[in-house]
Write a protein that binds this ligand. Structure first.
Ligand code: GLN
Length: 548
């Protein structure tokens, strides 16, 4: 097993996750089996309770872990599936060490950061790599070198070189080379950061420098000299238009080959044609389409990164630029709804928690239904569509979700009593993979091209079964239900649609989490396709009116 550790310095948010993911993509392009680990030095056990507009999206793994959004990048770039164990936090490490201590597993020794905490960290890293029988495991250490909380992790990875051997371990350190006024690129922060890393005993094999533009040769040589690595081991991670350009930018500088050499891996020519083709389509697409994203945390793209990426994947597939126009649900009113959706080819109501902006989202679903604009509702977006339909089509006045109105006369969305009773599900979230049975002959079946699908979930409230029959009679199509054992929620509504509408789809799941550049999520693909069609029809109509 080979281990590649990625650390960072100078400042946070340099794109360490993308560099790690891109490195993984280059290894995957050579046919290697790759495992990925993200270390988050915070005390939280997971990201589930963290604010998305501060920390970015909570990514959900197939096995139901709520993790850092970087794990989403790993899955997308490397086309692998990561599990709960791939996200290691300080909280988890200490929790299990303390539990072992209580259970007497340390045989009355004094339990200490070194070796007990560091051993636990190393065990956890190795377990991830072993479980997927990886050839290479890439480990991203969150935070920046010099942080107090990352010290035990740095100590753990430092000693892995001695446990695993020189040829099986490599360290990449990411720094920043800022450009000051006058255009000069400064190398001092990189020098300082590398010496801080040496200070904890780690000598980087590669220095990766984030900068605005590709590093000039003289700057590269200067960094090499001051950090004592050879110039070919200094890489430039410069600003690009699309994140998916990073693997190619690094490969062009020889990163893949350098890692092969350093870890004594067989030299394999990478297959990168997918990435080249994808970049071409992203930069110079044949078509363009406008999607209105109705949400709460507007202007905070990181809170919805998987959704935005899923649109990008669908865009690559359709050779189209997918423009996402944020519509703030809290400002949406009957008076401005027309203006808000002018030029819109598809309306998306995304996931969300809490009551803010709910009425605006309901208005958006109504507008899409009545004007036959393609509609895609994800999780909360399905619940919104059901509330809207219940109020205006099934005439359940005041219909709502008990999340927003505890005393609603018609709680069409709610927490199921059985859900509260079932052990392990008591009012908590339905998380991770759940399989859905698709009703034949529906739009959903055409979307997926199969009868059974697995998608990831992260929600608490369900469509209330007591209302399902009446809603169906009023014309709501339930096109997917939860599969599985009855006591585990079988038969719950997973998908809804409308028969007399070109594309109106609501999914209780979050299909964005499984979308990959090379394998776009089927509902996103279909929704963007429907939006393109909608635009085409509109153009056709405009032409007809012109000729009249
Ligand atoms: N708040 C809703 C629920 O808990 C929807 C959650 C979501 O959109 N992820 O069911």
């Amino acid at each position: 097993m080979k281990y590649i550790f990625v650390t960072g310095g100078v400042v946070s948010s340099l794109g360490k996750g993308v560099v790690t993911s891109s490195l993984g993509a280059l290894l995957r392009a050579r046919g290697h089996r790759v495992a990925a680990v993200k270390i988050d030095p915070y005390i939280n056990l997971d990201a589930g309770t963290m604010r998305p507009y501060e920390h970015g999206e909570v990514f959900v793994t197939a096995d139901g872990a709520e993790t850092d959004l970087d794990l989403g990048n790993y899955e997308r770039f490397m086309d692998i599936e990561v599990k709960r164990a791939s996200n290691i936090t300080t909280g988890q490490v200490y929790k299990s060490v303390i539990e072992k201590e209580r259970a007497g597993e340390y045989l009355s020794q004094t339990v200490q950061v070194i070796p007990h905490i560091t051993d636990e960290i190393k065990d956890r890293i190795r377990r991830v790599a072993l479980e997927v029988q990886a050839d290479i495991c890439v480990i991203e250490v969150g935070g920046t070198v010099g942080d107090i909380e990352s010290l035990p992790f740095l100590e753990a990875i430092r000693t892995m070189r001695f446990d695993e051997g020189y040829e099986n371990t490599a360290y990449i350190h990411l720094t920043l080379a800022p450009t000051v006024s006058g255009g000069e690129v400064k190398t001092k922060p990189t020098q300082h950061s590398v010496s801080a890393l040496r200070g904890v005993g780690i000598t980087p094999d590669f220095v990766m420098v984030r900068s605005k533009t590709p590093l000039e040769d003289d700057v590269r040589r200067k960094i090499a000299l001051f950090t004592s690595v050879d110039p070919e081991s200094v890489f430039s991670s410069f600003d690009v238009e699309y994140l998916y350009e990073v693997p190619l930018a690094l490969e062009a500088q020889g990163l893949g080959r350098a890692v092969e050499k350093r870890l004594k891996l067989e030299k394999i020519p990478p297959s990168l044609s997918f990435w080249h083709d994808a970049i071409k389509k992203l930069k110079d697409p044949a078509f363009e389409v406008n999607i209105a994203f109705v949400g709460k945390y507007v202007a905070m793209g990181d809170a919805y990164i998987s959704i935005l990426e899923a649109f990008r994947h669908a865009g690559i597939y359709h050779n189209s630029r997918v423009n996402i126009n944020w519509v703030n649900a809290e400002e949406l009113e009957p008076e401005n709804v027309n203006a808000a959706f002018a030029g819109t080819d598809g309306i998306l109501v995304g996931p969300g928690f809490g009551h803010r902006g709910i009425e605006g989202k309901i208005l958006a679903a109504k507008y899409a239904r009545e004007n036959k604009i393609p509609y895609f509702g994800i999780c909360l977006g399905l619940q919104i569509a059901v509330i809207e339909f219940a109020r205006h089509q099934a005439k359940f006045e005041g219909a709502n979700s008990t999340e927003f109105d505890e005393y609603s006369k018609h709680p069409v969305i709610g927490i199921m009593p059985e859900q509260l009773e079932v052990a392990g599900m008591g009012g908590t979230m339905r998380l991770g993979d759940w399989s859905m049975q698709i009703v034949p002959g529906t739009l959903l079946e055409r979307v997926y091209g199969s009868k059974d699908v697995l998608e990831r979930h992260r929600h608490r409230y369900e469509v209330n079964p007591a209302y399902v029959e009446t809603l169906k009679e009023a014309g709501l199509v339930v096109s997917g239900v939860t599969k599985g054992k009855l006591e585990r929620g079988a038969g719950l509504v997973e998908a809804i649609e409308l028969a007399d509408h070109p594309f109106f789809l609501g999914l209780q799941a979050h299909p964005e989490f499984k979308s990959r550049p090379m394998r776009p999520s089927p509902p996103f693909k279909a929704f963007v396709g429907a939006a393109l069609e909608f635009k085409g029809i509109k153009t056709q109509l405009e032409r007809n009116t012109e000729s009249v």
